[in-house]
Design a binder for this molecule. Structure first.
Ligand code: ME8
Length: 511
């Protein structure tokens, strides 16, 4: 049986239109999901939309439609974003679905049965934009006297009856949990932030509201609507068919990785494991909090008018170049700045020149000089062996890079081999060998074809469409494109289709 791998994106609020921030998180998950499939895992990749709560209710009100109609309409935009970005998710969950409501109500009952829920009254600050409660000492006072949350969101004073989760009682158990699971929170700096937050003491968490109705009612007390984060986090468990232990995907829980932005780490690294432990459910294995994109040096915001829609990039630069750039440009975990100039430069230098030219040069020499058939491998010189060994090491290298979500490092590993391939073709000059040593020319071209095959195989998760084209041109059957297949050499003399450039240069339109 294949080993299982379960990966999730955050579920996005439907009050916003999808932008490259959302696309980035989903893309990172897609690359890992595709990589794990390539590496022989049975993958479950989940994404979806977060549709309840005051923020969505208000957005529906502003749009002048009923919240259900509003969420039906807007959640489609997130499904479309997944298609635009070439995302291979296996399921798309909406928190307004019956399967999710049943699962959340069961979670509530379990938390209640464990003695962690009590009825009280909440009096404090709440930011609707973040759907989060804040302590007085976390807030900043503006010159006009109003207060804002650390995220910049306005806060309001809330007084209402509320159920509470006894989070304060979980402080020590959470610290013991982080200690026992050092890989649970990544990267390390974020882990340290969470540890100091929890060490600073935890207050009980208000987990129901009575001042609006758009949400899942508390079992037995339907005046109360569950706190949207309790509702939302459970989506990850709902999608595995909880509480039915015989559901087809039941065995996927616990998730291997929750990918999130740094803005929502506290919910995933503090509240979520406490809820799960209290409910007697296994905790997820890892939460990775990535950084935040700015646009040409500025915060992305509707008021600045600089919000980038994923479709805009894909239509302008192509899907694979966009995917490559987003994961290549910034060390994963750091904040990054999006610039069109940087994207075009990576397209032209790394995709068109480094990789595209290497493939085009090698394949057109084979087409012209080897009757369009894969040449036979010959005795290897030291230089052949060095290059082939560097390529052969890629699957294991990438496995360890991607196991810690090191996308940039993984791509750099591949590019080292591509650059070495370019150095090799220049030194070996197979076009000159044609006249002096035709057998050696064939051997050199075969080394290049084998290196390109490995490179194209391991790059499939990042650039699925162009790498499929490259593998077609290298004569690799569709059934031999996973990592395990690399152990079997391609048959000598395999006929190759006419080569075609995979990565055109991007020429900016003037005017
Ligand atoms: O927080 N740069 O949903 P949300 C990078 N519904 N990533 C960005 C980004 C940016 N500028 N802007 C957004 C929610 N993101 C909750 C989640 S999960 C149980 C509930 C990404 O629609 C990033 O992943 O506000 C961030 O965490 C997420 O979008 C927030 O999406």
């Amino acid at each position: 049986m294949k080993p299982k791998y379960y990966i999730t994106t955050p579920i996005y609020y439907v009050n916003d239109v999808p932008h490259i921030g959302h696309a980035y998180t989903t893309l990172a998950c897609d690359v890992l999901a595709r990589w794990k499939r390539l590496d022989g895992y049975d993958v479950f990749f989940l994404t979806g939309t977060d549709e309840h709560g005051q923020k969505v209710e208000k957005a529906a009100e502003t749009a002048g439609v009923d919240p259900q109609e509003f969420t039906d309409r807007v959640s489609v935009a997130f499904r479309e974003m997944a298609v635009t970005m070439g995302i291979s998710n296996d399921d798309f969950i909406r928190t307004t679905e019956a399967r999710h409501k049943a699962s959340v109500q069961e979670l509530w009952k379990r938390l209640e049965a464990s003695g962690d829920i009590y009825l009280g009254g909440y009096e404090g600050w709440y930011a609707v934009r973040d759907e989060a409660f804040y302590d007085e000492d976390e807030l900043r006072t503006l010159p006009d006297g109003s207060k804002i949350a650390p995220s910049g969101a306005p806060v309001e004073w809330v007084v209402e009856p509320s159920y509470f989760f006894r989070l304060s009682a979980w402080q020590e158990r959470l610290l013991a949990f982080y200690e026992a699971n050092p890989g649970y929170i990544a990267p390390e700096t974020r882990r340290n932030e969470v540890l100091s937050f929890v060490k600073g003491g935890l207050r009980d968490l208000s987990i129901s509201r009575t001042s609006f109705t758009w949400g899942i009612p508390v079992p037995g007390d339907p005046k109360h609507i569950m706190y949207v984060w309790l509702d939302a986090l459970q989506n990850y468990v709902s999608a595995t068919g909880f509480p039915d232990p015989a559901a087809p995907r039941a065995a996927f829980w616990p998730a291997d990785l929750h990918m999130v932005g740094k803005d929502i780490l506290r919910f995933h690294a503090v509240y979520w494991p406490a809820f799960l432990m209290s409910a007697g459910l296994p905790t997820a294995k890892r939460v990775f909090a990535h950084g935040w994109w700015t646009i040409e040096g500025e915060k992305m915001s509707k008021s600045l008018g600089n919000v980038i829609a994923p479709a805009d990039l894909v239509n302008t630069y192509g899907l694979d170049a966009t995917r490559y750039f987003l994961l290549r440009e910034v060390p994963f975990g750091n904040d990054g700045n999006f610039s069109r100039k940087a994207l075009i430069s990576r397209m032209n230098v790394e995709l068109a020149n480094d990789l595209g030219n290497l493939a085009q040069r090698s394949l057109s020499l084979i087409a012209r000089n080897c009757e369009g058939k894969l040449p036979t491998a010959g005795p290897h010189t030291e230089e052949d062996a060095t290059l082939l060994a560097a390529a052969a090491a890629l699957p294991a290298q990438l496995r360890s890079r991607l196991d810690v979500q090191g996308f940039g490092d993984a791509l750099e590993d591949v590019w080292k081999v591509i650059r070495a391939g370019n150095g090799y073709i220049d030194r070996q000059a197979p076009w000159a060998l044609k006249k002096t040593d035709i057998a050696r020319m064939g051997h050199v071209l075969r080394v290049l074809a084998d290196v390109l095959r490995t490179v194209a195989t391991v790059l499939q998760p990042v650039m699925p469409t162009s790498m499929a084209k490259m593998l077609d041109q290298l004569g690799v059957p569709e059934t031999a494109r996973d990592l395990a297949a690399l152990a079997t050499p391609l048959a000598d003399g395999t006929p190759l289709p006419a080569p075609q450039g995979v990565f055109p240069r991007y020429v900016e339109e003037v005017g």
